[in-house]
Design a protein around this ligand. Structure first.
Ligand code: NAG
Ligand code: NAG
Ligand code: NAG
Ligand code: NAG
Ligand code: NAG
Length: 745
């Protein structure tokens, strides 16, 4: 996450940007060229092939060009770049983004062609969501269904199949025979666009109950053996080995706490796109040099959890492996879906891997999309996820535009309630066995400054001068730097994790400098009994005012360096101060020095907490058949926001959290009435601030495009109608009714 950003995006120098601009221009010309030259009859598959070939050529050309620039006669002008690898990584990253855009264009062409043929059946188009309701006459044709509520694309798809079912033999193979019932059966069971027929719900439930059961494991040896076969997974393997005992203890404790019997075993593919050679990132080679990457930490903990929970896992770290596992699909170029319970139940993937999956699956991709869980450290807000909306609003972001259900994005922290909080585990080195060692260490008035690069310290000297009045200042930054720092700072250099944690046991205050944002280090410090001095951001930082967030698919605002620590941990472990106000800083320091604070790690960042959360996600989150709402609907608490206020804010103000899973339920006039929201009139529109209430004319505005349901949206005149829920302290992904009355912390 952050580190990932550091390595590959943030430090792109201006010269490099200029270089990219020039290449971008050439690129544009090539694009124009071939757009105009394409003969009309060319089909999109060929076009896509061509684009990919072109892109590959360009990646090579760019990489060579850059190499020459560094090694060749122009070497001097490139001085100042960290190293070749990083430069190329930045270039490749940029190219990947361009490729994404190109692919979107092709997708759009395909979509518009379909639309032309059949009057809007394309699932990606906003107008499809807004299609008119079926009238009663038509309902009688809907087999045994009484309503299509919750399946906005169902109607259009039925119409489309009516015209098109003969176009591909595979539809007939799935039992499609021209009758509406056969369309609905197919669209509900194979493609998930329609509700299941009542008779089929029982049959499918019965089929699922016959599946093999997942049994929790109490040994990691099998997993470690698999990891040992993959050189690129060695970092992950070492982390798991170190934490082995903690994991085993945790899974045993979880099994005592919850009933883990009778869970269907799932077949889960985990594709680590960032570790593939094709990504060009060379992470596997560099991981031991630059310190752990947030992404790898999260992957380690995810793999371990899924394994211990007894599911059937398939690991993939190359495009070839991905192809092999999905081989049943290749050779199937007609867009016929091949999906079923036999093949796969879930796919965990990262953004890089997603691009690879898309190109491996081609047009079959849409049939797999509901299985996806995308590791996305910063979060993706619905307005960036919705391809058409994002384009409409001109959101210049290379990420997003994936048209997934926003909850399919999995974050490192509970960043945005529109996504899922997958999280990771904060590694604890010490346990009861270390009591003697730890008792020997005494905590004194020492401050450890958070920041491995002396660069972060540059403008913060006056602040450090204040801290220095109350505590001895220590640092763990690279020895080699050319930032003049006061000589009262005691630098330990870069420490191993173990030694860092030992040092943290001597430290009173862990001092943030405002960057990096939202890292794991403050949690580690708090887990070792330090108090975290967190810097408040006034105004909050976001893509509106901070370079780092530009291009990230979110408008989320950071109120401090570590909003999670500020919001969910707080005093006495976390003090959030405004660095501009020296008396506030001094007062906080004075208070902190007086306090005895015990080590604290929120349950959700322990092995057990991660296992608990993942177990429920795997069992309950279903974006394919959507047979039940999770969290349970009885957790719904409806709040009305003030104009300009988002649902994130209004729920948070009430110590609640916005729950997008309930939006759909709430999006009806009859339902609103139950919450005392009386609509004189109502209409359906599509935008990110719906459902909402217009106080001027008492009109209820309902959402017509379900992919645009967003906790983050707001409108300057309307009151948003917000689905909130309570949460378990220490497991915010859960509502209190989601777990059987268990205490955390
Ligand atoms: C869609 O149909 C219109 C009118 O028949 C035609 O002018 C247009 O080129 C078509 N678009 C595509 C992408 O086929
Ligand atoms: C497409 O839509 C137009 C106007 O809504 C309608 O007149 C026409 O019959 C539709 N065509 C098909 C193939 O459904
Ligand atoms: C077509 O399929 C439906 C649903 O699968 C089935 O009920 C019906 O009998 C089939 N009709 C024919 C003519 O095979
Ligand atoms: C604790 O400190 C004492 C004195 O410095 C030392 O002799 C002893 O070995 C230490 N114990 C541990 C467990 O480190
Ligand atoms: C600075 O902090 C102090 C103590 O918290 C507070 O009373 C004062 O109003 C603050 N000053 C400004 C300018 O915010």
């Amino acid at each position: 996450m952050k580190m990932f950003g550091n390595l590959f995006r943030r430090n792109a120098s201006q010269k490099l940007s200029a270089l990219l601009l020039i290449f971008g221009f050439i690129w544009g010309l090539v694009l124009l060229h071939f757009t105009f030259q394409q003969p009309k009859h060319q089909n999109s598959a060929e076009l896509r092939e061509q684009i990919l070939e072109l892109s590959k050529r360009y990646v090579r050309a760019l990489a060579e060009e850059n190499q020459n620039a560094i090694d060749g006669p122009h070497g001097a002008s490139m001085a100042g770049y960290a190293d070749l690898k990083r430069t190329i990584a930045v270039l490749l990253d940029d190219i990947l983004q361009r490729l994404g855009k190109l692919e979107n264009k092709v997708d759009d062409m395909i979509a518009s062609r379909l639309t032309n043929n059949t009057n809007s059946t394309n699932s990606n188009s906003m107008s499809a969501g807004a299609s008119k309701q079926m009238n009663n006459q038509e309902f009688s044709d809907l087999c045994a269904l009484t309503s299509l509520d919750g399946f906005p694309y169902c109607e259009g798809k039925i119409k489309w199949l009516k015209d098109m079912w003969k176009s591909e033999s595979c539809y007939a193979n799935y039992g499609v025979n021209g009758s509406t019932c056969s369309f609905i059966k197919y669209l509900s069971e194979v493609e998930s666009f329609c509700p299941l027929l009542p008779e089929r719900i029982k049959m499918i439930a019965a089929a699922i109950s016959l599946k093999p059961k997942a049994k929790i494991l109490t040994s990691l040896d099998g997993l470690l053996a698999v990891l040992a076969e993959h050189e690129e997974l060695v970092w992950i393997k070492l982390r798991i080995e170190r934490m082995k005992e903690k994991w085993i203890t945790a899974v045993k404790a979880l099994a005592k706490k919850h009933n883990l019997e009778n869970r269907p075993q799932k077949k889960i593919l985990l594709h680590l796109g960032l570790l593939t050679v094709e990504s060009g990132f060379k992470i596997a080679e560099n991981v031991f040099k630059g310190g752990p990457l947030g992404e790898l930490v999260q992957w380690s903990d995810l793999i371990t959890s899924v394994y211990l929970l007894g599911h059937n896992i398939i690991l993939s770290t190359s495009v070839d492996e991905l192809k092999r596992y999905l081989s049943i699909v290749t050779g199937n170029k007609d867009g016929c879906p091949i999906r079923g319970d036999k093949l796969l139940d879930l796919i965990y993937i990262d953004i890089v891997g997603l691009k690879q999956l898309k190109s491996v699956l081609g047009s079959s991709f849409t049939h797999y999309s509901c299985l996806l869980r995308v590791l996305d450290s910063f979060g993706t807000e619905p307005e960036f996820n919705h391809a058409e909306y994002s384009k409409l609003k001109n959101h210049g972001s290379p990420w997003g535009k994936l048209n997934l259900i926003p909850k399919q994005f999995c974050n490192m922290f509970p960043h945005t309630p529109d996504n899922s909080f997958l999280g990771f585990v904060v590694e604890e080195y010490f346990n009861e066995n270390h009591a003697a060692l730890l008792n020997n260490i005494s905590r004194t008035n020492k401050a450890l400054v958070y920041g491995k690069l002396a660069d972060y310290w540059k403008d913060k000297i006056p602040f450090l001068d204040i801290v220095g009045k109350y505590a001895e200042i220590h640092g763990t930054f690279h020895e080699k730097h050319n930032v003049p720092l006061p000589n009262y700072i005691i630098n330990h250099g870069i420490l191993s994790s173990h030694n860092l944690q030992l040092l943290l046991r001597e430290i009173k205050v862990f001092v943030g400098l405002g960057f990096p944002y939202e890292g794991p280090a403050p949690l580690e410090a708090i887990a070792n009994g330090c108090i975290f001095l967190n810097l408040r951001f006034q105004p909050p930082k976001s893509r509106k005012n901070t370079l780092f967030f530009q291009g990230k698919p979110t408008f989320r605002e950071l109120s401090s360096q570590h909003p999670y620590a500020e919001m969910y941990i707080g005093k006495p472990h976390v003090w959030t101060v405004n660095i501009e106000n020296s008396s506030e800083v001094e007062e906080a320091l004075r208070q902190m020095m007086k306090q005895e604070v015990k080590p604290h790690l929120p349950y959700e960042f322990t092995c057990e907490g991660m296992l608990e959360r993942l177990n429920v996600f795997i069992e309950k989150q279903d974006f394919c058949l959507q047979r039940e709402i999770w969290p349970p609907i009885n957790a719904l608490i409806v709040k009305m926001a003030k104009p300009s206020q988002s649902c994130v804010e209004v729920c948070q103000k009430e110590q609640l959290i916005c729950e997008p899973a309930f939006f759909y339920h709430l999006n009806k006039v009859t339902e609103l009435k139950r919450y005392e929201i009386k609509c004189k009139t109502s209409k359906k529109e599509h935008d990110i601030y719906l459902p909402a209430f217009n106080p001027q004319n008492q009109m209820c505005l309902l959402q017509s495009d379900y992919l645009l349901f967003s906790c983050a949206g707001s409108h300057e005149l309307y009151n948003r109608i917000c689905p909130c829920r309570d949460y378990v302290k220490g497991q915010v992904a859960f509502c209190q009714a989601c777990v059987e009355g268990k205490e955390h912390n």
